[in-house]
Write a protein that binds this ligand. Structure first.
Ligand code: DMJ
Length: 676
């Protein structure tokens, strides 16, 4: 017997005595002392050997744990969206919200999604509560933690897991279990249209009263914390003062002529501004806008409005104001508006008509064409779904799910869609242009954002279509200029002929691509995002005004004079937000302050060329500082998007809005992310 064997045996027998002791305290003390003495008598190398053997044993035991438990542990850490992950095409997680056996505080069955697979111990809550912290260093975390809304997952009495924001704000799921059940949908839609002030046969107010415990609680913001943010707040206040003086209650301000502009007669600038004011901490302005909405925003006017525009600006604005402020009045208004928008969905195909009369409650195709724009019918889903989730009334989500399903089923060209779709036949227009600019843009944006809004499910058509579409962008639309190698996204005229033209609208894409990459999309998306962001920046800084034109062209050959150029007819600037929006995503998701500096250059250009005595104006010509040709319109998206994204871009806290918990609609209105 070797020395080592002998000592090991002695230790083992002592150890067993100690473990099985359970006798009087003295005895166990003696055992412990003798164990320690034996241990101390061992040569150091033997002690090390024993420690290594024990470690190896524990490791082996872990390896033999059931495989699905290990996978679940991994998923629990990744699921809330903090770290990139790979889309799994198999083994789709089941819907945790509808598991019948979930009981408050109880351990959940082991075969369902990791998001609910473990008991709700404090430790689990921590893992799930602060996904974003995994990527922050300690100092940043300390700086940010009191600014983040707390999120925890709790089981409620229905066995539903709620996300609870800001201590106890519940975000509810619709009561109806099957939101994809379309039987009776038409009859239910007709019923809702007949009674726009009611849901489920009771007044909207009573319905919301009955679910008051589940309504949103106010979110908290700090207001401007640095000079750049204060400059943006000053720009907002200047715009607001002009609007109040010359256009109060009308849709838009004409800041040069100091008059108003009417489009839908819905006070667009007020509704679109609510959440911006709330986020900027402009309490007085928010309250006066709130009072106007309560007393003067009416939807019974006999007038055609555009379904998409009213959805992203008014419905989105009201819902966002509701979620941020917790004021249920906004949700009451949003629900009435939702009912009045429903006639659009009574088309033969389920693809909505573009125009709807909120007073008469009827809908039709645009006067100039039988077709709706593809981006318009596919950029209403975040808002209608949120209305359903907020009210527990499923009808709004169900009508837009039909649109999703129909569009998904249509043939596409490399995942790309023609920009027109017929609401009667439910088919794309033959030979329509393919573009990521006007009429196509936000189809792609909402594929990703709807997937984020609904818990990033594996194998979801939304994300599969998104990935296919971005592949199509790479192979069909993306090019580089010949000399300077700027990356741009062109268009396919008639669906076939490449045109090196890019709308400013397309500059939303870098931000969306980065958001996708952050949530598991491939590295190629990140590279395209960066390249395209650089190109979009060039479309600004190459102009003498340092403001981008509505449309830019790109050289196809090195015979052309410039790699990037603007035609006279396209040289206008409408105060659009898309590039600032992308800069915001780049800053919010990387924390890199370079993007703030890029934004500051552009903010100053707006200050210099677009600011007038009564607000900020669109320009007719960005190519000549001495002849900018003011166009005299301040669109509501200047207030809802451009200034909001500037403000968030310049924030000291890149997570002032946590993108794991909120998703911005196409008009810059943040809406909550749900678990499924
Ligand atoms: C906004 O109304 C929205 O961003 C929309 O998606 C596109 N056009 C304007 C801003 O440019």
């Amino acid at each position: 017997m070797t020395n080592t064997d002998h000592v090991a045996l002695t230790l083992s027998s002592t150890s067993v005595t100690g473990l099985s002791g359970g006798a009087a305290g003295d005895e166990s003390n003696i055992s412990r002392r003798s164990l320690r003495r034996s241990w101390n008598q061992l040569p150091r190398c033997q002690r090390n050997l024993i420690i290594m053997a024990l470690t190896a044993f524990i490791f082996t035991a872990l390896l033999f744990l059931p495989g699905d438990q290990l996978i679940n542990i991994k998923d629990v850490r990744l699921k809330p969206g903090a770290a990139p992950f790979h889309i799994r095409r198999e083994n789709t997680l089941q819907n945790p919200h509808h598991h019948p056996n979930v009981e408050k505080g109880n351990e959940l069955p082991g075969d369902i999604s990791a998001a609910v697979a473990s008991p709700m111990t404090d430790e689990n809550r921590l893992i799930k509560a602060k996904p974003a912290e995994e990527k922050m260093d300690d100092s940043k975390f300390a700086e940010n933690v009191d600014k983040l809304p707390e999120t925890v997952l709790v089981g409620n009495e229905n066995g539903i897991i709620d996300i609870v924001n800001n201590v106890d704000q519940p975000i509810e799921e619709p009561l109806d279990n099957n939101i994809n059940d379309h039987s009776n949908l038409r009859a239910e839609v007709e019923e809702a249209i007949r009674n726009p002030f009611k849901v489920s046969h009771v007044s909207i107010e009573s319905h919301l009263q009955s679910m008051s415990a589940q309504l949103a609680k106010p979110q908290h913001f700090h207001g401007a914390t640095n000079e750049r943010q204060s400059a943006v707040v000053a720009a907002f206040k200047h715009s607001w003062a002009g609007y109040k003086t010359y256009a109060w209650g009308h849709d838009n301000l004409k800041p040069v002529s100091q008059t108003s502009h009417e489009w839908f007669g819905l006070g667009l600038s007020i509704v679109d501004s609510l959440d911006t004011m709330y986020i900027m901490g402009l309490e007085d302005e928010f309250n006066e806008a709130r009072d106007w909405v309560k007393d003067s925003l009416h939807f019974h006017t006999n007038r055609d409005v555009n379904l998409f525009e009213v959805t992203i600006r008014v419905l989105g604005g009201l819902l966002s104001a509701y979620h941020l402020s917790g004021d249920r009045m906004f949700l009451v208004k949003a629900t009435e508006l939702g009912n009045r928008l429903l006639p659009s969905f009574l088309s033969p195909s389920g693809i909505p008509y573009s125009d709807v009369n909120l007073g008469e409650r009827s809908a039709h195709s645009p006067k100039w064409s039988p077709d709706s724009s593809t981006s318009e019918v596919t950029t209403i889903q975040l808002e209608f779904r949120d209305l359903s989730r907020s009210t527990n009334v499923s009808i709004y989500e169900r009508v837009v799910n039909v649109v999703n399903e129909k569009v998904h089923a249509l043939d596409k060209s490399h995942g790309l869609v023609p920009i027109f779709i017929n609401a009667n036949t439910g088919t794309f227009r033959n030979y329509a242009t393919i573009s990521l600019g006007a009429r196509g843009d936000s189809y792609y944006e909402y594929l990703l954002k709807q997937w984020l809004q609904t818990g990033r499910k594996d194998n979801d058509n939304l994300i599969l279509d998104y990935m296919q579409a971005i592949d199509g962008v790479f192979t069909q639309l993306m090019r580089r200029t010949p000399r300077e190698h700027w990356v741009y996204i062109g268009e396919l005229i008639n669906g076939h002929d490449f045109k090196p033209k890019m709308d400013h609208l397309t500059c939303y894409l870098p931000g969306t691509l980065l958001l996708g990459h952050q949530n598991g999309m491939p590295e190629s998306h990140l590279l395209l995002a960066k390249d395209l962001l650089d190109t979009c920046y060039q479309t600004y800084v190459r102009q003498p005004t340092q403001l981008a034109a509505e449309i830019s062209y790109f050289a196809l050959t090195d015979k052309e004079e410039n790699d990037i150029y603007v035609k006279s007819n396209d040289a206008h600037n409408l105060l659009r937000p898309e590039f600032i929006e992308s800069l915001y995503y780049f800053y919010a998701l990387t924390g890199n302050r370079t993007y703030q500096d890029m934004g500051w250059v552009i903010f100053q250009a707006f200050e210099k060329h677009s600011k007038v005595a009564a607000g900020y104006t669109s320009l007719g010509n960005v190519k000549n500082t001495l002849n900018t040709r003011m166009r005299d319109l301040m669109e509501s998206f200047w207030l809802s998007e451009t200034l909001k994204y500037f403000y968030l871009l310049f924030s000291d806290n890149c997570k002032e809005i946590d993108l794991d918990k909120w998703v911005f609609n196409s008009e810059g209105h943040p809406l909550p992310v749900y678990q499924n």
